[in-house]
Write a protein that binds this ligand. Structure first.
Ligand SMILES: Nc1ncnc2c1ncn2[C@@H]1O[C@H](COP(=O)(O)OP(=O)(O)OP(=O)(O)O)[C@@H](O)[C@H]1O
Ligand SMILES: [Mg+2]
Length: 340
């Protein structure tokens, strides 16, 4: 069964649209995005929608092999090309002829190999190691990376000419925290998918609160992390304690230990919350931060003065009217025995 590309965000809808438009034209595509956002899934969709579906789909992971091995893997070799090369081996470029060559983790390819790749893309042919004869190839090259390739260009880590060759079409998949509206859809999709896998077991539907917490979480591992967490919640149940333990990011753990240290500053925003707020403008964030500080300071002073508002205004150096306004605006609750 085809793995679906779930999502209602503008980003995912646009990607679906690009896939439909691009697939039959075989333009080179680069798919970018953080780890686990669905780059390979998008590449598979491109292939399935294309006129090359059914032809070979060959994947090369450019980060998995050292340079020389990657070169022989991509271009193949003749017997005797190097020690141990006892028979001819077809490279991935040749295997992908007429189909798709998926260059995964292209951002990790060395500069010398990038030059060779560029040469193939320009000429449509390459020479296997130890051979004299060039081999023609007609592979549709689709690449993916979690690098910021444009930054790599500036830093000289990625060849500009190769970048332009490869990226006739660029698809950028946003991290999940920037498209929280997709999260509930992904949750429901994976719950029903896993319910089928875990046949015979019954699961209670997640609480509304659970969905809200998952929506607000920062998902550093993106959809892959979401799959893992859903699976575990289905087995362990979605009570608060389980959620707390599953939704801890390295940052929130670090923040916790910092808070535990005497005198250490408490961060104004929890890192998970921060990731969720990151879509706000700096101005909106500043307002949120200011509200939070004001609420804390005013509450502190009011409690210290036993809610004597006149005293509080003198300490805070604000007018009585402003204080009343702030109490209301910031939702500061008087203690239950304050009947004033
Ligand atoms: N929009 C989506 N809808 C449904 N499933 C998704 C979606 N995006 C990703 N997935 C699933 O999440 C998992 C991770 O996706 P994928 O392997 O494509 O990510 P990736 O970006 O290639 O990750 P990496 O950088 O780690 O290689 C896969 O099982 C994939 O099917
Ligand atoms: Mg991948």
């Amino acid at each position: 069964m085809e793995a679906e590309l779930i999502g209602v965000s503008d980003n995912i809808q646009r990607i679906r649209d690009i896939i439909e438009r691009v697939a039959d034209h075989n333009l080179n595509v680069v798919v970018c995005g953080e780890t686990g956002v669905g780059k390979e899934l998008v590449v598979q969709h491109l292939y399935r929608r294309s006129n090359r579906y059914g032809k070979p789909f060959v994947k090369v992971n450019c980060a998995a092999l050292p340079d020389t091995l990657l070169e022989s893997e991509m271009f193949g070799y003749e017997p005797g090309a190097f020690t141990g090369a006892d028979k001819r081996r077809r490279g991935k470029f040749e295997q992908a002829n007429g189909g798709v060559l998926f260059l995964d983790e292209i951002g990790d390819m060395s500069l010398p190999l990038q030059s060779k790749l560029l040469h193939v893309l320009q000429g449509g042919d390459f020479t296997p190691l130890g051979s004299e004869k060039a081999v023609k190839t007609d592979a549709w090259v689709i690449a993916a990376t979690n690098h910021d390739l444009e930054r790599d260009l500036i830093q000289g880590k990625f060849r500009e000419d190769l970048y332009f060759r490869l990226s006739a079409i660029r698809i950028m998949i946003e991290p999940l925290r920037r498209r929280p509206e997709d999260i509930p859809h992904l949750i429901h999709y994976y719950i029903s998918k896993y319910a089928e896998e875990f046949q015979g077991k019954s699961f209670t539907a997640p609480r509304k609160k659970t969905i809200e917490r998952l929506r607000a979480y920062s998902w550093p591992g993106n959809v892959r992390e979401l799959q893992n967490i859903i699976k575990r919640l289905m087995i362990l149940g979605d009570d608060d304690e389980t959620l707390d333990s599953l939704l801890k990011t390295p940052e929130s753990r670090a923040a916790e230990t910092q808070e535990g240290r005497a005198g250490a500053a408490t961060p104004l925003f929890d890192p998970r919350e921060l990731a969720n707020l990151a879509s706000l403008s700096l101005k909106e964030m500043r307002k949120k931060a200011a509200d939070r500080v004001e609420r804390e300071v005013i509450s502190y002073v009011l409690n210290k003065t036993a809610w004597n508002r006149s005293k509080a205004t003198r300490i805070l150096k604000i007018s009585y009217k402003t204080l009343l306004y702030k109490i209301k605006e910031l939702g500061i609750e008087p203690p239950p025995d304050d009947f004033d």
